[in-house]
Design a protein around this ligand. Structure first.
Ligand SMILES: [Zn+2]
Length: 314
């Protein structure tokens, strides 16, 4: 472990190498939740109907574990407490396979829709269920639909969380939360003493950043294009964070009608292609856990200490 707040020199990059070499670490992460818990489906799936829904998260996550195992990959699973309650055996299998276990809260409510006390209760409950199953302390957190906000950081730190991975640093989105003090071009930042934000990746295209970390974007772009973007991020020496959900490799999940077109597109686009793409991605790069990525960045000094001047993105 590296001492927090040690004020190392800033460097988000380690000097891009030739030939698209992987000059930085790439972290693989899965947000372990089921298809009916997704924000895009909230308009047609009432919260109190979750118990009646076709529970598919276990078989889908097992399939992802199989793909990762085939490629010798260990990553980080951000577990929803509700899922852990229903599928304790799955959580045990994830931990036994050597993946890092992190928290995705309990009920998948957008953080800014909760009061401080409700959020405190959600994180405590979600972490408690998972920690009781694995017997190991949780360090990492990812907010439902990336809805992180400033006040939530203090509550996470109070609960024993040491890093959050919920921020897209440069891209506006209708639903993503924002953290104050985040700087463009700096993927890992110490935002409180001993507490780090490990940003979900964006690809810089001109002056703009495009989310290039997974989810709908991974299914939207043709795979060779997506892969080139990941290669570009890594060859510049910038750490890369990828995320995916178990339901994204499941084209046979129940199809809901009555959705807004944009929500239906985001949720259902290219589900049938995702299993093969995920497998290809596992083989095309070297992957590690979020914790390993953070520790490596701390060791290399690739972290923005509190209060230091940000480097200008190239
Ligand atoms: Zn989620």
């Amino acid at each position: 472990m590296t001492a927090p707040g040690s004020g190392r020199q800033v460097s988000g990059r380690q000097g891009g190498g030739p030939g698209g070499r992987q000059n930085a670490k790439a972290a693989m992460s899965i947000d372990v939740e089921d298809w009916f818990q997704v924000e895009n489906l909230k308009e047609v799936v009432a919260r109190d109907t979750w118990d009646e829904r076709d529970l598919r998260v276990e078989r889908n996550t097992d399939r992802m574990l199989e793909i990762m195992s085939d490629h010798g990959v260990t990553g980080t699973c951000f577990i929803l407490g509700w899922v852990a309650e229903k599928c304790p055996g799955l959580i045990k299998r994830i931990a036994d396979a050597g993946h890092e276990i992190a928290s995705h809260g309990y009920g998948h409510d957008l953080i800014y829709s909760l009061s401080h006390d409700e959020f405190r209760e959600d994180i405590k409950r979600g972490m408690g269920i998972v920690q009781d199953i694995t017997g190991a302390k949780i360090n990492g957190y990812r907010a439902p639909s990336f809805s992180i906000t400033d006040w939530a950081i203090d509550i996470l730190a109070e609960a024993g969380i040491t890093y959050d991975s919920s921020a897209f640093p440069t891209v506006a989105h209708d639903r993503y939360g924002k953290l104050s003090g985040m700087r463009a071009g700096v993927p890992i930042q110490e935002i409180r003493p001993g507490f780090h934000e490990v940003c979900v990746s964006v690809l810089k295209l001109g002056k703009k950043g495009v989310p290039w970390a997974g989810g709908g974007y991974f299914r939207l772009f043709p795979y060779p294009l997506f892969k080139r973007g990941v290669r570009r991020i890594l060859s510049s020496g910038t750490p890369y964070v990828f995320y995916i959900h178990p339901w994204e490799i499941d084209p046979d999940q129940p199809r809901m009608s009555g959705l807004k077109r944009s929500h239906a597109f985001r949720h259902y686009n290219n589900l049938g292609r995702c299993d093969a793409r995920y497998s290809a991605l596992m083989g095309d790069f070297e992957w590690c856990t979020m914790r390993e990525l953070l520790d490596d960045a701390l060791e290399r000094g690739g972290v923005m200490p509190l209060g230091e001047q940000a480097p200008q993105p190239a």
